[in-house]
Ligand binder design. Sequence first.
Ligand SMILES: C[S@@+](CC[C@H](N)C(=O)[O-])C[C@H]1O[C@@H](n2cnc3c(N)ncnc32)[C@H](O)[C@@H]1O
Length: 254
Amino acid sequence: MRPVNLRDSWNRLAKHYQQRFALPTDAAHYGPFAPNENQLRLLGDVEGRRILELGCGGGQCSLAFAKQGAACVAVDLSDAQIEYARALAEQEGVTVEFHQGDMLHFLKTQPDAAYDIVFSAYALQYVEDLTTVFREAHRALRPGGLFVFSLDHPINDVAGYGEEKVYFAESYFRRGRMDWEWEHGPDGERIPFHSYHRAVGDFLNLLVDAGFVVERLLEPEPTNEHDPWGAIADYARHSLIPATIIWKAKKPLE
Ligand SMILES: C[S@@+](CC[C@H](N)C(=O)[O-])C[C@H]1O[C@@H](n2cnc3c(N)ncnc32)[C@H](O)[C@@H]1O
């Protein structure tokens, strides 16, 4: 299979994605069955902080940070997601600087040490060249700045679930592109996607190689069966293996 154009795929899915999950804007989220940032407090007090969000989708996380006093810049590949984010910001009377574009291209345009925090929820699995994204995020952060992101847990990437058991549907060690489809809507329209599977250690090593110190690695156990993201994730499955992994890394002062 050839790689798909993710911008097109997200443009096709955006409306349905936003309707289905109806994500809140009072707390930044991390993903299916994970506690939110108001509960985890990985970023500390964001008032007065400059935050860059990568792959912001409908902008709900940046809106939550902005409501808490942060100055937010947010980028997403999808025109439709950004359009939704801009409308939501206007509706809520909150200011966020939204940009449509590829996160790596956007990062490269940002000055050194421009941000206190780089944040991303469930977007970095769509990026092939994570080595350069991590290096650029490091460059764009001030010394002491935080890089916090979540994505599909790598074990969940390759797992299957049936008869109340989790099994390996694919090898955990098979790195690289995974092709899949998102079925949605009353007609069961199938939209092609791809994402990139990496092992947990790959993320750790990429972060260290980019110059970060990893401070926390979270693999949340589900606590809320009625999580809005539960629409795509199975609570019983994720009582056995984590859906989401969350990384907190810091750019050292020296
Ligand atoms: C699962 S959604 C998550 C969106 C949002 N962070 C949220 O939590 O709802 C993934 C998002 O990543 C965006 N994305 C994928 N590849 C990207 C890239 N290379 N640069 C910027 N955004 C990207 C998609 O357009 C999509 O909106």
